[in-house]
Ligand binder design. Structure first.
Ligand SMILES: [Cu+2]
Length: 221
């Protein structure tokens, strides 16, 4: 997740680093405030009147309890929302780029079944995709809730029986990436792994054309 290989994952990693940076600042700030409070306990303010103590208390509650969280949540909304849009099948940046490739994914205990609807090719636990082209993954489930996640390529999306969720991935470099079920789904959840292979576009097309087409939808709902 911290070594993104495409724009969807890159957007998430950027938000993650900002959140880490701000969280570190907050922790340091709290430590310093706590240290100051302990030191002051022995100083002049220990003798402050109740009125002064109350007004200081209000200042901290309004500033630290209302203003600070409001600003933090607003900032997260402003910076996090565009990162969220990156994970959706929207055409915000793709003008002139290649059309997205569609892949249908059905999760079940404990296998990922993939299908390329345009060509009819099917795979289990392996996803191949072309470099530099958005891939819209349509995710469903046959049994329980799973979660489709390829950390280096994009966000995770729940696989829910009876509905289809879509997440957009993109790989900007060729390579092999690991996909992992990210929602506890039973005994073999941890082993519900998928190998994702990003290939140069021409190699991908050649690979796809060479695959046997499974005409039936045997075993599928
Ligand atoms: Cu799982």
């Amino acid at each position: 997740m911290l070594d993104p290989a495409g724009p969807s994952a890159q957007a998430i990693a950027l938000v993650w680093w900002w959140m880490l940076g701000v969280a570190v600042l907050v922790v340091v700030g709290v430590m310093v405030a706590g240290w100051l409070a302990m030191r002051r306990g022995h100083g002049s303010e220990a003798n402050a009147t109740d009125d002064i103590a109350t007004s200081h208390g209000w200042r901290w509650m309004v500033g630290g309890g209302i203003l600070l969280p409001s600003a933090a949540i607003a900032a997260l909304l402003v910076f996090g929302t565009p990162a969220g849009f990156h994970q959706l099948p929207l055409h915000l940046t793709g003008a002139g780029g290649p059309a997205p490739l569609r892949v249908d994914v059905e999760a079940r205990q404990w296998v990922w079944s993939l299908r390329y609807p345009e060509s009819g090719v099917q795979l289990d636990n392996e996803l191949r995709l072309p470099v530099g082209r958005p891939v819209d993954i349509h995710v469903g489930s046959r049994d329980v809730i799973h979660s489709f996640w390829v950390p280096r390529l994009g966000g995770k999306i729940d696989a829910i029986p009876g509905r289809t969720n879509v997440v957009r991935l993109q790989a900007d470099q060729a390579g092999t990436f690991r996909g992992q079920c990210a929602e506890f789904c039973g005994l073999n959840h941890a082993h519900m792994v998928m190998t994702v292979i990003a290939m140069p576009a021409n190699e991908f097309e050649a690979w796809l054309a060479a695959q046997p087409v499974t005409a039936s939808t045997e075993g599928r709902p």
